[in-house]
Design a protein around this ligand. Sequence first.
Ligand SMILES: *[C@@H]1O[C@H](CO)[C@@H](O)[C@H](O)[C@H]1NC(C)=O
Ligand SMILES: *[C@@H]1O[C@H](CO)[C@@H](O)[C@H](O)[C@H]1NC(C)=O
Ligand SMILES: *[C@@H]1O[C@H](CO)[C@@H](O)[C@H](O)[C@H]1NC(C)=O
Ligand SMILES: [Zn+2]
Length: 396
Amino acid sequence: MAIPRLRSLPLPLLLVVLLRAFASLPIQAAARGGLDPSPGIAVEKHGAFSRGLLQDMPEITDEMVRGYMSNSELEGAVQDFGRRCANVSRIYSIGKSVNGSPLWAIEISDKPGLKEAEPAFKFIGNVHGDEPVGREVLMQLAYWLCDNYLKDPLATLIVENTHLHILPSMNPDGFALRRRGNANNVDLNRDFPDQFFPLNDDIKHRQPETRAIMNWIKQEHFTASASLHGGALVANYPWDGSRDTRKQYYGCPDDKTFRYMASVYSQSHYNMSLSKEFEGGITNGALWYPIYGGMQDWNYIHGGCFELTLEISDVKWPKASELLVIWKQNKLSMLNLVASLVKTGVHGRIFAADTGRPIPGSLMVKGIDSKINASGTFGNYHRMLAPGQSYEENLG
Ligand SMILES: *[C@@H]1O[C@H](CO)[C@@H](O)[C@H](O)[C@H]1NC(C)=O
Ligand SMILES: *[C@@H]1O[C@H](CO)[C@@H](O)[C@H](O)[C@H]1NC(C)=O
Ligand SMILES: *[C@@H]1O[C@H](CO)[C@@H](O)[C@H](O)[C@H]1NC(C)=O
Ligand SMILES: [Zn+2]
């Protein structure tokens, strides 16, 4: 279904868009993780950062693994989901891990696999092999959406007005090996090309998991996304690194938008916003601790995709009996974050006034130094913006 507010406007144009305020959210109430700076980059260590996040997990025992899905069980669950929810989902693989495991993704939409003039969101779990909560919670999210489509307004809104892509595990090899890195022991959240340092510019050394994600982003035109981690409880937003490598607040051009998105998550969460360590349960990445080669900043710069890095469990590998509670504590946050793509931001299409054909174009907002490209198929664009104020939109 098309978004009812979709505007179709001839070029050139300049207009003032007054955004609807986000419907008030029900308020209840490393991580990115781990300081492991890339070689050659001096990153100041900071004492305030006291959590176990920096250390490797103590050995992950069989006892700890009990109750979690193995990789083959996860694969089975994804395929089973595809059968059970056949009319609102599509199962596909975005590539393979070092050891040849397919990276299975689920697309949820009332028209899965079809291009529509709708925003797309992605969730990525298990970026770090020893942070398995995300892969479990994401399967819960998929089941919940399938079971509640046409019963729950939020589920229906998401299925009908977005294309939601879920990659439960980006790092199945690391999970099987019970460690942070992939099978080559590379930290995948340090393997993306960096805006400040040329550390990952050599394509030959790029990990297959990283390459798969980069291709996916170029293909799908995601409006926003989130990756799920464990080791803290906070919603982290760009930039993740600072140019001079110092730990400091280092905001991107869309700082306001990102603070808004992170707050949607933390305020809808059971208790993230009550954090004593992070005001409101959100943090700028570089202020927390700078990292380089992260996935989040690459999404924003090269994909026009507004990505958050979500730390959803203080304990990286909690007992499996706690997973259901963690899912419930994050459920509304996940739903509201995806729904914010529809409820706020600007949406439109760029096409030639005479032929009606989409033309390559992009959207700028006055005062914000970042561009969002329209997609080729329908010329549609979708851009996140903090609600409650007016913006001048500039199409080019
Ligand atoms: C999917 O199937 C359910 C149950 O059979 C049905 O109610 C629903 O309308 C279908 N949805 C779509 C988008 O076809
Ligand atoms: C949130 O609740 C969990 C228990 O579910 C608790 O372990 C944690 O300390 C709480 N965090 C905050 C910030 O209140
Ligand atoms: C937008 O398109 C231009 C031209 O094709 C490309 O160079 C740029 O990387 C794209 N930007 C984003 C954020 O996708
Ligand atoms: Zn992590």
